[in-house]
Design a protein around this ligand. Sequence first.
Ligand code: DOR
Length: 439
Amino acid sequence: MSFTTQLLIRNSRILLANGEFLLGDVLVREGKIVQVAPGISTESNQIIDGSGLTLLPGVIDPQVHFREPGLEYKEDLFTATCACARGGVTSFLEMPNTKPLTITQAALDDKLARANQKCLVNYGFFIGATPDNLPDLLQAKPTCGIKIFMGSAHGALLVSREAELEPIFAQGKRLIAVHAEDQERIIIRRKEFAGNSDPAIHSVIQDEVVALNATKLALKLSKKYERRLHILHLSTGVEAELLREDKPGWVTAEVTPQHLLLNTSAYAKIGTLAQMNPPVRSPENNALLWKALLDGVIDFIATDHAPHTLAEKEQGYPHSPSGMPGVQTSLPLMLTQAVAGKSSVAQVANWMSTAPAKAYGIKNKGAIAPGYDADLVLVDLENYHPVLREEMLSKCGWSPFEGWNLTGWPVVTIVGGQVVYEKGKLNTEVRGKALSFEV
Ligand code: DOR
């Protein structure tokens, strides 16, 4: 891999680690930030003019489904990371529901080898829990953590019963990330509402109680064993309020832009494209999730990027698969909210970079400061541009946010000091690195 030896980003509005902005320059050498100051004078190999732009730490997306190996007709590590580069996502943590499932060291090694060949940004992978792979969960390396599907999974990845969950929580120390839905209740309610093909019924079947039951169980086990727990894609106000009352220091939670910004009214507009697990909820839940995010009850943001083809989505409910893409639009979606006054830009950078780096023990990422890796994104907070289907780089080729007029689009994305995206053009020669996790 060849580095640009020196890179100077001039005259941008730099978000500093203390949350303040500095109008100045950032000097990068051998992939690391070496100086952040106004008026740096140096003979740099490459200069980027950041005038009028804002420089943020690159986004770390801590929950994505990139479909390789085995489901490459939906997405692969190359197409997914092209979308990442364009969306300002410089690192990702990927889920184990590929084919084969990532439930052994061999499957994890295979993903890492593929990522090394194909990923334009930095990568890490979860190992998936099954009811009987505890030795793999204890030994797998390197991994950001154990993913447990308590519900909404098929086959071996489903670990839904307390008796199966307990040994996983009881043994080992590494982070457990849960997809918290109560599978038993889902099965009962699917039968109850069978024959209904309105996609809106998805949010009724997998209701708030489905989510709350599983979150309660995961919290109970985490407390019993003082086990590091991360609750993925929190979708309801009741779960957020539960955590507000009772959230041990070793528990974190995330929310997706779609659970903040979409609600059940989306089914009438985009049908099954709004179908995901856990489902989108009522507008009241949007408000409660925002409140919990702003109050720090929810720690950070993940996209749950889960691409499916339009043909699959067009099969109609309940045959349409759940999930929607997100890596290309998450940063402008959140920055548009910030510009509209919902939060500060610094809060967005914390939720989308600093906080996930901290939670997963990813060293030297998540801030713009000397010694940190030069994973950076220059965004334009002055101009607006709509989400357009023809600009989506994910292989699935659509977005649930088509037509939304957003600001904060990346102009330049830098991974390890290498410019991977600049003004509409990707450099597909750039490769990211494997992340390491020190919790
Ligand atoms: O809607 C979803 N789709 N939620 C998940 O957790 C999995 C994902 C997928 O892989 O399609």
